[in-house]
Design a protein around this ligand. Structure first.
Ligand SMILES: [Zn+2]
Length: 228
C-alpha cells in the first residue's frame, strides 16, 4: 500500500501531502492503458494529476492548476496552487519533493538528471513561484548496495559532486551512492533539511527496479497541497 512520506501543515494552514506508491498499488508507468491508469491514480488521490514524459533532462514546468502540463516532456514540476497533484514515475531513480512555505516541486533524479542540473533548476523555479526556505524529501530509490557503476561515469560524477558519491555494492564492486549525490546537489541549493526514505528499490521487494529486475513498471511519488 502507498505510504505517506509527509503529511504536514504549512504556515498558511494548508496541508502538504506526499505519498510513495508500491508494487501493490499497481503499475503507474505512463504507457499503461488510460482507463487503468486513471483508476489507479484515482484510488490514491482523486482528480487530475500532472505527470511528465520524463527524459532524464533538466526541464522544469510550472503548474498553475490541477492537471496542468500533463504529458509535458520534462523531469520536474513546480506549483504554489492548492490541489494541483504533482507526480513522478520511477523504478530506481530518486523521486524528490522540494517544499517551500507555500509551494512544492517534484523532480525525477537519476545520474543523468543530476549531471544536467535538474535539482538546481527545480529549486530556482520554486524560489520564484513560492519564495522562502526549502526542505526536501527523497523517496525510495536505488542505493549503492545494488547500483554497480562503470568507472568513467563514476569518475565524472565524483568530479562534479566529490568522492562521497563513490559507493560499493554488496558484493564489493564500484557503485554510485545516488542518495549521497542527491544530498550534495540539494545542499548546494541551500535546502536546509533533507529527509531520506531508507528503502532501496534494488533489493526491497515492495518496489520495482529497472536495474536489478529489468522492470518496465513504475511506482510513483505523488505530492500536493490540500486546502483553500
Ligand atoms: Zn539494494
Amino acid at each position: 500500500m502507498a505510504r505517506i512520506l509527509v503529511s504536514r501543515r504549512r504556515p498558511s494552514g494548508r496541508m502538504l501531502q506526499v505519498l510513495a506508491t508500491e508494487v501493490s498499488d499497481g503499475n503507474l508507468a505512463i504507457d499503461e492503458p488510460t482507463g487503468v491508469l486513471s483508476q489507479r491514480r484515482g484510488a490514491l488521490r482523486p482528480g487530475p494529476w500532472t505527470w511528465l514524459s520524463q527524459v532524464h533532462g533538466d526541464r522544469v514546468v510550472q503548474v498553475d492548476g490541477p492537471g496542468d502540463g500533463a504529458g509535458t516532456e520534462a523531469d520536474a514540476a513546480v506549483t504554489a496552487r492548492s490541489d494541483a497533484v504533482l507526480s513522478i514515475q520511477v523504478a530506481d531513480c530518486a523521486p524528490v519533493v522540494l517544499t517551500a512555505p507555500e509551494g512544492l516541486a517534484v523532480a525525477h533524479v537519476g545520474w543523468r538528471g543530476l549531471r544536467a542540473g535538474v535539482l538546481e533548476r527545480t529549486s530556482a523555479l520554486l524560489a520564484q513561484v513560492a519564495p522562502g526556505p526549502q526542505t526536501a524529501v527523497v523517496g525510495p530509490c536505488i542505493r549503492a548496495c545494488c547500483y554497480e557503476f562503470g568507472d568513467s561515469d563514476l569518475d565524472a560524477l565524483c568530479g562534479q559532486f566529490g568522492d562521497e558519491v563513490r559507493g560499493c555494492t554488496d558484493d564489493g564492486r564500484p557503485a554510485l551512492d545516488l542518495p549521497a549525490a542527491v544530498r550534495i546537489a540539494l545542499e548546494r541549493c541551500e535546502v536546509s533539511e533533507i529527509e531520506f526514505d531508507g528503502a532501496c528499490t534494488g533489493c526491497d521487494e515492495r518496489y520495482w527496479s529497472h536495474r536489478t529486475g529489468g522492470s518496465p513498471e513504475r511506482q510513483a511519488l505523488v505530492a500536493w497541497i490540500e486546502g483553500p
